[in-house]
Unconditional design. Structure first.
Length: 137
């Protein structure tokens, strides 16, 4: 039985026929998420949306002072992969027709981080799709 010149990968297909993938535009995704302008825009969006405090009890009004005091540590934890989001606060909202709707309320910090990711990820996925399509032609 002969050996194939291609190595099969676990998800199927031959690895040897594929061009190596590079990050979209060569940019570090986490650097884009943590960019000061992106974080500032994420905070503005979260503040505009309003909302109740999460399990930590921190209000939107208290967040700027907390962020100024702790951002360097939070940024480092996000970069090195050690950041752990807080549990969400559970709230039961009565439905008009009976029953309840369960609502999870993240902390303000976790909402800012989620928003910062949401502002970068869709564009990065579109960039990656463009690279993949360009390589396929």
């Amino acid at each position: 039985m002969g050996h194939s010149p291609h190595v099969l990968n676990p998800t199927g297909g031959a690895v040897g026929r594929r061009a190596p993938m590079k990050p979209a535009s060569g940019l570090d995704l986490m650097a884009r998420v943590l960019d000061n302008a992106n974080i500032a825009a994420a905070w503005q969006r979260v503040r505009r949306n309003g909302g109740a405090p999460g399990v930590d009890g921190m209000s939107l009004e208290d967040f700027p002072e907390y962020a100024r005091a702790h951002w360097r540590r939070i940024r480092a934890a996000l970069r090195d992969g050690t950041y752990q989001p807080q549990p969400v606060r559970q709230k039961a909202i009565p439905k008009p027709n009976g029953g309840v709707r369960r609502l999870g309320i993240p902390t303000v910090l976790d909402r800012v981080i989620q928003q910062a990711i949401a502002q970068v990820l869709p564009r990065s996925l579109a960039d990656a799709r463009s690279v993949i399509l360009a390589q396929a032609t």
